[in-house]
Ligand binder design. Structure first.
Ligand SMILES: NC(=O)c1ccc[n+]([C@@H]2O[C@H](COP(=O)([O-])OP(=O)(O)OC[C@H]3O[C@@H](n4cnc5c(N)ncnc54)[C@H](OP(=O)(O)O)[C@@H]3O)[C@@H](O)[C@H]2O)c1
Length: 334
């Protein structure tokens, strides 16, 4: 799911060109055009004649994007980093490593300064930079916009799309007409990754943000787009206007650099009472914005709202491409 989104995001990219593909033994040795393409847009011609190779360093270019299954990503990504490759990864394996940036370019671009310490500590000539779990990205971006208002506690319930489980994912007979109230490991990832992303750099390490986060995750019969119901308590109760201004004025380094994959506005606030919705909104802004709506008082926490993002684009492949664009714009890929 994510690998094909990478190809869609990188096809025709102004800075990067796909010259190599690696995957499992199932795909190894096949021309890409002979494998099953599952996106609704046509397979880009520039990859069709590439032959898929073993996912190992050697013939791969210096910059590699990883959408590897987490069962194998740890060992394979480390082998690439040791061999001098810059690995921009989606997998969870290195996200919480204290030397590895868990990056959202609008939120914590300064965490990229962990890279030289990573290379020194691990003895790698290459490096690993990660993007968060898909549902973490949307929560962390919304909270980053509100960071100046001092959020102290957050409750989030997710309604996560089927494509978030990879291919073939959850069996259709389990998912259709149903809600599955459990996604293995997901709640822990949201709670810990968000605190690292919002954390501050202190003496070369990331001090996690003190906000308390409670997550409940569910899988629903939606194809693309994770919806999140978010409640937030603040140190001092801000006005609704303060929150609205924080969402609509939020922007960062990608917008400043005009990075090719950056949305013009990372957060789009929708005024309609029944939006955002995955089917109507998730493909807007090329899947790179977070859509927020239904901001209103919450009698328990203070405020509550809905956020929506495209899990395989802003939550995965698009996030990683944006990470690489930021690294390139800041001279880290020279
Ligand atoms: N789906 C999402 O929304 C999402 C969002 C954020 C992060 N992620 C993370 O991104 C990664 C990919 O997720 P996905 O949803 O794209 O999963 P997926 O559809 O199951 O794809 C997994 C990929 O890993 C490759 N692979 C599996 N075993 C391998 C091996 N032994 N050696 C080399 N390659 C191997 C597969 O190769 P073949 O193509 O040959 O089978 C496939 O390309 C996971 O770590 C996931 O947690 C996913």
């Amino acid at each position: 799911m994510v690998g094909q989104q990478f190809i869609a995001q990188l096809a025709g990219h102004p800075w990067f060109r796909i010259t190599w593909l690696g995957a499992s033994q199932r795909s190894e040795g096949h021309k890409y055009r002979d494998l099953t393409w599952r996106l609704p847009t046509p397979m880009p011609e520039e990859v069709a004649d590439l032959t898929v190779e073993q996912a190992a360093p050697g013939r791969a270019p210096r910059l590699v994007f990883s959408a590897l299954d987490a069962n194998v990503a740890g060992e394979i990504e480390q082998a690439f980093a040791e061999a001098g490759h810059i690995v921009v990864s989606n997998a969870r394996n290195f996200r919480m490593d204290p030397f590895v940036p868990l990056l959202i370019p609008e939120v914590n671009p300064d965490h990229l300064s962990l890279v030289p310490a990573q290379q020194q500590a691990k003895g790698w000539s290459g490096a690993i930079v990660t993007n968060p779990n898909c549902s973490t990205v949307f929560l962390a971006m919304a909270l980053a916009a509100l960071r100046q208002l001092n959020p102290t506690a957050v409750s989030v319930t997710t309604l996560q799309a089927a494509s978030g489980a990879g291919y073939p994912g959850v069996a259709s007979l389990d998912l259709l007409g149903n809600v599955i109230p459990y996604i293995s490991g997901e709640e822990e990832k949201i709670e810990s990754e968000t605190k690292k992303i919002l954390g501050s750099l202190q003496n070369g390490h990331v001090e996690p943000h003190p906000v308390i986060i409670s997550a409940h995750t569910t899988r629903v019969a939606v194809v693309n787009g994770h919806t999140e119901m978010i409640g937030v308590r603040f140190e001092n109760m801000p006005s609704r206007e303060d929150l609205l201004n924080a969402f609509t004025s939020f922007w960062g380094r990608p917008q400043q650099h005009h990075l090719p994959t950056a949305p013009a506005k990372p957060i789009i606030y929708m005024d309609e009472a029944n939006r955002p919705q995955p089917r109507l909104d998730v493909e807007r802004e090329r899947g790179m914005a977070v859509f927020v709506g239904r901001l209103r008082p919450c009698p328990v926490l203070g405020y509550k709202f809905v956020a929506l993002g495209h899990n395989t684009i802003r939550g995965a492949a698009g996030a990683a491409v944006l990470n690489a664009e930021l690294m390139s714009a800041e001279g880290m890929l020279d």
